[in-house]
Design a protein around this ligand. Structure first.
Ligand SMILES: NC(=O)CCC(=O)C(=O)O
Length: 275
């Protein structure tokens, strides 16, 4: 594994036309690869608008047209592709699924969102992914010649437990395709990414769709790359764009040696004992 490589996060403008979304994604993946990115990520729900009214209509099996398009994007540009997520149909069930491709275009892994986005903030936002989607149950860690990375999707970012497991499985980078909204986005999106980066001393990438003020669910945007020091290394605004960052494995080791929290944990005192 070399010490450094370039990652690109594509903040895609996602609209109602699935083919147009995939065509735009292909154009931006090509642009990112031409600028030296070896790992490229698309956002959550990158082939469909985000919402319970859309998931059943846009869902497709894991062999569907979107997967074929992603495979071609990876192979044509010889890059690793984290294909954001799509609504996946498996029998009677729907999942929010991220698929991962190697530079030959082979799908080498997939991740089904484990924590569904069910929240109720009166007067602001109420959303229940569980009305249409089922949760996945498996943590996904991917080994590449550049680094080992883990994948979560959006609301998963709020759960330090899975980030910690992925860090324990030797990940250097956690990638979260996600679409926070105009209430929780400004309040929590960056803070959560920095927290996951800092408490696991690794890089964290969050990848949002671009903001569409006419959409029924308005995404916050602000795709972000955070360093193991907890700093924001690159951040987008609200519009369609690509952000780039360098992942430096030596820097991770340096931080972990300087502040060796993973060796200092007091597992003997963390259990909650009932009196
Ligand atoms: N798509 C999602 O999971 C949205 C999560 C979100 O907005 C949050 O506040 O958490």
């Amino acid at each position: 594994m070399g010490s450094g490589f370039r990652i690109a996060l594509i903040q895609l403008a996602v609209g109602a036309n699935k083919i147009e979304n995939l065509t735009r994604a292909a154009k931006l993946v090509k642009e990112a690869a031409s600028k030296g990115a070896k790992l490229i990520s698309l956002p959550e729900c990158c082939n469909s608008p985000y919402g319970n009214d859309y998931f059943p209509q846009y869902a497709e099996p894991i062999t569907g047209e979107s997967i074929q398009a992603f495979s071609k994007m990876a192979a044509d540009n010889k890059i690793y592709l984290i294909a954001g997520s799509i609504p996946e149909k498996d029998g009677e069930k729907l999942f929010n699924t991220s698929t991962i491709f190697n530079p030959k275009g082979e799908m080498i892994n997939k991740y089904r969102k484990m924590h569904l986005f069910d929240i109720d903030i009166p007067g602001k936002i109420t959303f229940q992914e569980s009305k249409t989607l089922s949760p996945g149950n498996d943590i996904t860690v991917v080994e590449t010649p550049f680094c080992k990375f883990g994948v979560g999707i959006c609301y998963d970012l709020r759960f330090p437990e899975i980030a910690q497991i992925m860090a324990k499985k030797s990940c250097h980078l956690l990638i979260y395709p996600g679409a926070f909204n105009m209430t929780t986005g400004p309040a929590h999106w960056e803070l959560l990414a920095r927290m996951r980066a800092l408490d696991n001393q690794l890089y964290v990438a969050t990848v949002s769709p671009a903001r569409d003020n006419d959409a029924s669910y308005i995404a916050w945007g602000h795709s972000t790359l955070c360093s193991p020091w907890g700093e924001v290394k690159a951040v987008a605004g609200a519009d369609e764009t690509i952000i780039y960052g360098d992942i430096d494995l030596d820097y991770i080791n340096q931080i972990r040696n300087q502040i060796p929290i993973s060796k200092q944990r007091r597992h003997d005192i963390y259990e909650v004992k009932e009196k």
